[in-house]
Design a protein. Structure first.
Length: 246
């Protein structure tokens, strides 16, 4: 908990400091629903594999995401993302599962919780427009703040994981008629021990020079299969967003 508070405080401190030193800031708040199409875990990594999707259902699960884009020099800047996700449900395991040293029986009501909060700090560089599209690319410092748990009667077990991951960042925006624009956003990197892929698509409409509304969809896939945990998941998101810029 102390680590989580430190990360949130550090992220917002960076955002405030950047906003105070640069002219242009865009803040996007989106909220909507996440659906899990895959979510397999085992604690430890060579333990019993089971599916959170089968246990607690595909969703929907409510989610929110805050993104701040800070324009620094003419061709570079920063991005800060705070993206919590909390999926909870009750179901029955199809077979015996040994999870974090605790044995859970099949056919018995079992509560499962999958928390995957992530915080990102990105440095980006703007390239020359390509066919009218504004292109930004850079690197993201991604911090995962994850906690998975099972509870069955008086038996409970959980596993907490906090760790950094470097990701490649790409963003492309194309305007159509001055008010309508399409946006593509990507964070991702794949390595032998695991990886993360986050794709976002949005259709935005400017209500005023300082405010836009967005219809957004996202695809998040990733995990790790080494060390103390095996966890691979795929989530699809649909959301509405509002963006303010000044």
């Amino acid at each position: 908990m102390h680590a989580r508070r430190w990360i949130i405080g550090a992220v917002f401190s960076l955002g405030v400091a950047a906003a105070q030193t640069h002219e242009s800031v865009r803040v996007n708040l989106e909220g909507g629903f996440a659906y899990q199409t895959r979510n397999t875990s085992a604690i430890p990594a060579d333990g019993t594999k089971f599916s959170y999707r089968d246990l607690i259902g595909r969703g929907p699960f409510y989610y929110s995401r805050l993104t701040a884009i800070i324009h620094g020099e003419e061709t570079s800047g920063y991005r800060i993302v705070v993206a919590p996700l909390n999926a909870f449900g009750v179901g029955k395991l199809p077979n015996k599962v040994v999870f974090s040293g605790v044995t859970f029986d099949p056919g018995t009501e079992t509560a499962g919780r999958y928390i995957f909060n992530n915080y990102r700090f990105t440095w980006w560089h703007r390239w020359r427009p390509i066919d009218g599209a504004d292109i930004r690319a850079g690197w993201t410092f991604f911090v995962r703040d994850a906690n998975v748990s099972l509870a069955q009667g008086s038996k409970t077990a959980s596993f907490y994981n906090l760790g950094p991951v470097p990701l490649f960042y790409l963003d492309a925006t194309r305007s159509f008629d001055g008010r309508l624009r399409a946006e593509f956003e990507f964070d991702g990197l794949v390595a032998p021990q695991g990886g993360a892929l986050d794709f976002g698509l949005a259709l935005a409409y400017s209500l005023t020079p300082a405010a836009s509304v967005k219809l957004q969809t996202r695809y998040l896939d990733g995990g790790t299969g080494s060390g103390s945990a095996y966890s691979y998941s795929t989530f699809n998101y649909v959301a509405l967003g509002i963006e303010l810029h000044w």
